[in-house]
Each structure stands twice: as structure tokens, then as C-alpha cells.
Design a protein around this ligand. Sequence first.
Ligand code: 5GP
Ligand code: ZN
Length: 115
Amino acid sequence: MSECLFCRIVAKEIPATVVYEDDAILAFKDIFPQAPVHLLIIPKVHCVGLCDMTPEIATAVGRVPEVAIRLAREAGVVESGWRLLTNCGPDSGQSVFHLHFHLLGGKSLGGKLCQ
Ligand code: 5GP
Ligand code: ZN
């Protein structure tokens, strides 16, 4: 059994509210949402962060924007605006070490990415 939280979500060992799934990508609701819309989009194959991508994972990650656009549209935030971001390494505050992209929207997210 993997010790990685998101690998365990991929393996359906830990429940999550899945909003999108294909052979290489999974998207689900963040358990501690920071906005009315807060989804996590991940490659199914484990990798710690952007700097650790294999070519296979990079191919999957290359499709994240199109998946994000689809999910933003389904969540009704395309017109109001939304944000897609990933945290990478200690200074970013990354807390789960399986590459993931936050899709945030549904409120004004503020104009700054860091304080
Ligand atoms: P990071 O801080 O690494 O960029 O983001 C990790 C995200 O994973 C956080 O927003 C956190 O709320 C979310 N998270 C942590 N544990 C779980 C969990 O068990 N299930 C889900 N769905 N999200 C989680
Ligand atoms: Zn993992």
C-alpha cells in the first residue's frame, strides 16, 4: 500500500469527491476548500512535483489546462474568473508531495499570489 495520500486516493483506498477521471488524470474536491470552487487535478502516476516529472507524466500534465477549463466551465466560473496553480517545494508551502494543481474560483481571489 502506498504511503502517498494522493496515490491512495487514485487507488480508491481513501474516499474523495471525484469530478473528473481518465486514464492519466484524476480531479477531486479539496477537503479543506479555500474558495467556493477548489478542485485538485493530479496525474495518476506518482511524482513529487513539477521538477520530478518523467516524460510520461509531463504528457499527462500537458493536458491539465484543458481538463481545468472543462472543470471551470462545469463549475460555472469561466466568466467570473478562476486560478490554476501548483506549489513546488518548501517555500511554496507544498504540503502533499504528489504533484497537484489547485483550481480555485467562485469568489474574488485577490490580486496577489503571495503576501
Ligand atoms: P498543497 O498545500 O500541497 O499545495 O495542497 C495540498 C492540498 O491537499 C490542500 O489544499 C489540502 O486541503 C488538500 N488535502 C489534504 N489532504 C486531503 C485529503 O485527504 N483529501 C482531499 N480531497 N484533499 C486533501
Ligand atoms: Zn503519490
